[in-house]
Write a protein that binds this ligand. Sequence first.
Ligand SMILES: [Zn+2]
Length: 122
Amino acid sequence: MFILFGTKSKAKLVPDGRRGERRCGECNKRTTWVECVVKDSFNIFFVDVLDSTARCMRCTECGEDCAIEDWDRAQRRAQLDASQPSVTAASPRPQDSTPTPAALDVDKEFAALKQRLAQSKK
Ligand SMILES: [Zn+2]
């Protein structure tokens, strides 16, 4: 038997929805994102049998969309990144390549321990 089925995806702008600016991974620039309702439907012989709607944020430049929760998370991370440089500038971190005095002490202790072990074997 031959069954004709298909899927459709329609996005509708939420008139009084959220909007915001964010860097888009698709178009690789800072764009405006708007809240949309995306309706996915599954049909057999052109009759819709299943559909689901989801809210998402959509890039107005390329149409890339992402779940609202993901968008919020990315926004928060971007805010954190933006506020961090002032914190790190106030307390510069020592370079990782130079061993700290504590690490040197551990090396010395370890060498002493090895010596003690070698002596106890005799
Ligand atoms: Zn985009």
